[in-house]
Design a protein around this ligand. Sequence first.
Ligand code: 2BA
Length: 109
Amino acid sequence: MKLIIAIVQDEDASRLVSSLMNDGYGVTKLATTGGFLRAGNTTLLIGVDDDRFQGAMSIIEKVCKSRKQIATSPSPVAGTASVYVPYPIEVMVGGATVFVLEVEQFIKL
Ligand code: 2BA
């Protein structure tokens, strides 16, 4: 068994949960915040048997599309100690950041 930890965009999360649930996957949805953009994103915990792992990954890949987004990021101003000025940057968002862990035990009490 594996545990998929998938960090996705909020706007993809609802469709992704529905798609996974419709295919019989168990999902836990967590409201999370990205460290770089300091914006909300969604982290899904998906426990899957090994033979269903690729199916779950295919759904994540299909639903979560990458796109460019202009974001403002704080940046230290040269020569000042604590003044921060936001400036626009283009970042790729969407897609999914996925961690896959081997599950040692799966216990429901
Ligand atoms: P954030 O940390 O808010 O990052 C959002 C997007 O900003 C990133 O998308 C990336 O395109 C860009 N970005 C991040 N750090 C950057 C930097 N130092 N310079 C320029 N651009 C930067 P993703 O890479 O797809 O990551 C999406 C979200 O996945 C992240 O949101 C974070 O919540 C999570 N994540 C990504 N890598 C991670 C890791 N190694 N460990 C834990 N969480 C991670």
